[in-house]
Design a protein around this ligand. Structure first.
Ligand code: SAH
Length: 235
């Protein structure tokens, strides 16, 4: 069973609409919907904003549904100048840009529980989702790192700092936490995001204007990827 987690309702709505044989359970305050997308068994939930909510939801889903893989879908702010609004990013690795033990000798972003800064995503699942997105959508599909933190990034200073430290393609607020939970449980995971804004001073307005369309792109690619999911992709 594939676990699907989105931070906000508009990011999950289309995915839920494509599920068949749906049953609902409530775990740790989360509505977890179980069913199928095509032939693929899935569990799907809205986790809420930020790393703590995302981590709690991922753990609740892992313990209550026995998911074998987890995918985080949604929208993100672009950090790399090559990215445009509505483009897709499928993560190679995730990291937490606000995790900072540098005063006691660690490099910024080093997470002791993960033994490093970057948490690798599942290769087969990530490649399959990226390939499906590229075939289906009329936007660019990028591969690289995604940085998470408990901040809505909206200034050049924040962008410059995160880019200088980690060189990620985009920023959001959940993927790095879901990645950590999965890594600590020994479960494969990946993150697909579509760009809603440029993480700059126009980000609040752009986020407002483009979240629906960006969420649609991310969900559309993920739905199609799950509808035709070769078994070997999950190995
Ligand atoms: N309107 C929401 C809050 C959205 S916070 C509410 O009322 O609850 C922004 C969400 O979109 C987060 O889930 C985050 O993952 C993603 N996101 C999009 N652009 C972002 C940016 N520039 N910085 C950080 N997160 C961003």
């Amino acid at each position: 069973m594939i676990g699907i987690i989105a931070a906000m309702e508009p990011e999950l709505a289309e995915i839920r609409a494509h599920m068949t044989g749906v049953s609902l359970s409530r775990v740790s305050g989360f509505d977890i919907f179980r069913g199928r997308i095509g032939e693929t068994p899935v569990a799907a939930a809205v986790c809420g904003i930020g790393k703590v909510a995302a981590a709690l939801c991922a753990e609740a889903m892992i313990l209550s549904c026995g998911v074998t893989h987890v995918v985080n879908t949604g929208v993100a702010g672009a950090l790399d100048a090559r990215l445009h609004v509505l483009d897709i990013v499928v993560a190679e690795q995730v990291l937490q840009h606000d995790f900072d033990l540098s005063p006691i000798g660690f490099v910024p972003g080093h997470i002791p529980a993960c033994d490093g800064i970057r948490i690798p995503c599942h290769r087969g699942l990530s490649d399959h989702i990226a390939k499906t997105a590229a075939e289906l959508l009329c936007v660019s599909v990028h591969r690289g790192d995604i940085a998470s933190g408990d901040q809505f990034i909206h200034t050049e200073e924040q962008k410059a700092r995160i880019t200088a430290d980690f060189s990620p393609l985009c920023c959001e607020m959940e993927g790095g936490a879901i990645g950590q939970v999965c890594a600590m449980n020994g479960l494969p995971f990946t993150v697909i995001r579509a760009i809603s804004d440029g993480a700059d001073d126009g980000a609040p307005m752009s986020f407002e204007a483009f979240t629906e369309a960006a969420a649609h792109n991310s969900a559309t690619a993920l739905i199609a990827a799950l509808q035709a999911l070769p078994a070997e992709v999950l190995l």
